[in-house]
Design a protein around this ligand. Sequence first.
Ligand code: T1G
Length: 667
Amino acid sequence: MAQLVTVTKEGNVGLLALNSPPVNALAHPLRAELERAFAQALGDPEIAVIVIYCEGRTFIAGADIGELGKEPRRPDVPDVIEFIAAAEKPVVVAMHGTALGGGLELALGCHFRLATGNAKLGFPEVNLGILPGGGGTQRLPRLVGVRRALELVVGGAPITATQAREWGLIDAVIQGEVRPAALEFAEGLLRDRTPLRRASELTAKLEEPGLFEQWEARISEQQRGFIAPLRCLQAIRGAVELPFEQGIELERALFRELVASAQSRAQRHVFFAEREVSRLPGPSDSAPLREVRSVAVIGVGSLGTGIATCFADARIAVTVIDPSRERGLASEETKNADLIVEAVGDDLGLKREVFAMLDKVCKPGAMLATTTSSLDIDRIAEGTARAGDVVGMHFGTPVHAVKLLEIARARRTTPDVWASALKVGKVLGKISVPVIAHPGLAADRMLAQELREAFFLLEEGALPAQVDRVVRDFGFPLGPFAAIDAAGLESVWQYRQQNYGRMTARERSCDLLEKVYALGRLGRQTQAGFHRYGAGGEQAPDPAIEELVVNHSAARGITRRSVTDAEILERCLYAIINEGANVLAEGVVARALDVDMIWIHGYGFPIYRGGPLFYADELGLPHVQRTLVALQARLGAEYWAPAPLIERLIQEGKGFYGAAPSAPAAA
Ligand code: T1G
């Protein structure tokens, strides 16, 4: 293995090169080596200036996320940074790639900062439910002011080197390779005898009074439910109100609180799951992935154009083809495309026609994708002589806004086509999730259970506004009824029509949806559904609907009772979890993380709860099981029989994620 840190000398400049692929994360071995090499450079009388830079594709991308939440090992990230900051010899850092989190904090601890023109600098800790814990919340506002510090730390998005230069975060943007540029800069310092500058010795400026209060209000609106953004703000406030050392202590205390929090555990789980999800479950196939350099999208509707825009944004050559035009499907673009994405109306006959035609014109090895979520992809594929090349790519709508992209394997899809389509999704910036049955199935089934309970709760005594408030307070962007209004009642109406034969007697007679639909209240599009909507889109409860609900209960002979918030949450949530276990056991998806990614990126499950199955593990499966059994005793076995998978996992002492379940918590 190559050395983690190499020290070389050029005249009186000592250069420390870090080399820990893939992203130079500050894991313990690298920290220990860096500290050792830095001490060596400090003790070397020939070295007057020290340079730190990285080999490989990027400067340090932060602390090692896998170590967070574990017992810290000395030297910890802050130890190394404070050691460097305290040096009496000037320290120059040169960054390239993505200098993030603890990496950027290390740079702030150095005395001079350089970055290449295409470097990105940022503090993404907030996305992991934590805050910069290596002095970043104290040094950054001293360098760039409070407003920009809040933007970077609370917002979590990186900035460019040019912007960093304008803000005073770095001293210069460098051209070419980092090593020679940093060496030249260091020699300049020696020549000019420039004294070293420590960020800790500056004063953090609050540009205007009331800034923190403004940001608090913004956070509660835009990052509702997340704890970390508020703690980030609190730490930055410390930089204004406290001396440096006390500010650092405050930062450490807040960091320790956050890193041990359930939210951060969930957000770290999501970080790794987002990366794991697009790798094929099971043993990998050795067939190389197919290259996708040019794409043809068949269909000129909003779906087709939305998908084409996505490819164009990812700088992949794409053409939109109108299948109704003469020679449309047989055009040169279709013949040459590596990937053809069919986005015509959801009609099996039409799609089979399109695929039969594509089969004739497309080049060998091209991948043929259908966007259907409800049709049987095998039926679409069987009309071609290349069923192995056919795969499902189900985009959410609106295409640009929904991150979930389900990549569906049909019976004959080859593993390399499945894996290649997953990779395409990643290039598009989507979270691509491999699904085995038809796309939409896992989520539809889980959603159907939640909606069933939401409607039962209405006829038992709750009202739409209460149910929505409870589900929203849990962290979903919308409660179930506001979500139906947003999607349009039509889609749920259709779902019920299609599944009528499979519904129980109680589900059929709980026909509130049909009743509201019959009034022509189709949701937001008609400014009325389960709620009513003002011209500006403001939502309000509607007495007409409340009357309809009350009358419905009376007609069904149900005596309405007061329903607690706790009951609403329990029934909506456990319905999702229990069906999630069934979907997993039946192999609709292969892994618990597939379910969680589908719910987070397609259905608004709060990221800070990690997805329904991660959340179930956090509650502890024995607790989940007891709750399901209690619901079954109260509400009947028809809907509440605990999923056999949950029972099996408990017997094996496991959770959905394999490890032993955490200590049972209260729901
Ligand atoms: N720790 C551990 N592993 C990491 C990692 C990290 N910080 N960053 C990336 N990886 C792994 C990742 O899991 C994947 O592994 C591989 O590297 C390539 O990543 C004290 C507390 C740097 C922009 O949050 O944003 O500093 O899946 O597929 O698309 O305040 O990774 O191949 O096995 O994402 O080119 C703050 C997180 C940490 C940065 C590269 N830093 N990383 O993107 O590749 S907390 C972050 C990223 C902290 C201090 C604190 C991106 C990237 P595998 P990738 P990419």
